[in-house]
Design a protein around this ligand. Structure first.
Ligand code: SF4
Ligand code: SF4
Length: 238
């Protein structure tokens, strides 16, 4: 598996990163902010550590972006997009938050999120389940379901299946019974489907850590499987 080359973060500034993709259409888009506060009004994270989205935008414009990056605010934001939807100036506020997350050094990313990203890049899933164990589990849980649905087995790498089903690794890791719900639904609908023997992780933690390069790589692998197996639809667990 090729190592992922992460973007260097030295000398990066949030406002430059934020604006670089907007330059062609809306230079200095953060400057469009009216300080109306509509973004903060409906945000569930407003007030955490004394921050809100209006203040975040102001901080970046005033050169105080490091204070935002070091704060809890970008990490308690749910990325729900409500602020952005409400903003009368259509500022890309979710990307602002994801960029602030990205500028946090990786060893300061809260919880296990970055470790999960690294693990997914290395092993194909966030918790590092080896392929052999995964295939054994699929066979085992599939055999349990066969007691209820005679003839059932988990289709792996089935070419031409209509649906490619990705999996949330927390299920094979700790809640394998939950996988049966999807399998039962697809069986009841009499749909053809498959999952894959590698890169089956459907939860992309690069989204949450602001790591676009990692996120793209995980998506690329899923799309590669999807094309290789000639599926029609892709199902993501979250
Ligand atoms: S995306 Fe984040 S900042 Fe915006 S409304 Fe949702 S929680 Fe609040
Ligand atoms: S809603 Fe938009 S214009 Fe109003 S304060 Fe928030 S970012 Fe600025």
């Amino acid at each position: 598996m090729d190592p992922l080359v992460l973007t260097k973060r030295e000398d990066l500034r949030l406002i430059d990163l934020f604006n670089q993709e907007q330059v062609a259409t809306a230079p200095g888009i953060l400057n469009l902010c009216l300080t109306c506060g509509t973004c903060a009004g409906g945000c569930p994270a407003t007030g955490v550590d004394g921050w809100d989205m209006r203040k975040a935008v102001r901080a970046v414009l005033l050169g105080l972006e490091q204070e935002l990056i070091d704060s809890k605010f970008p990490w308690v934001c749910t990325l729900c997009g409500r602020c952005e939807h409400a903003c009368p100036m259509h500022i890309d506020l979710v990307r602002l938050i994801r960029t602030a997350r990205w500028l946090r050094p990786r060893d300061k990313v809260p919880g296990v999120l970055h470790k999960g990203v690294e693990m997914c890049l290395k092993t194909g899933n966030n918790v590092g389940i080896p392929q052999e164990d995964f295939l054994f589990l699929m066979e085992d849980v599939g055999a349990e379901l066969a007691e209820e649905l005679p003839g059932f087995s988990v289709p792996i790498d089935k070419k031409g299946a209509k649906f490619l089903l990705t999996i949330n690794s927390k299920e094979p890791f700790g809640e394998p019974e939950d996988m049966k719900f999807w399998w039962k639904i697809l069986s009841a609908a009499n749909e053809s489907w498959t999952t894959t023997s590698d890169n089956w992780e459907g939860v992309n933690w690069g989204l949450f850590t602001g790591d676009d390069e990692a996120m793209k790589e995980v998506v690329r692998r899923i799309v590669e499987n999807y094309k290789k197996l000639e599926c029609e639809y892709l199902l993501l667990p979250e």
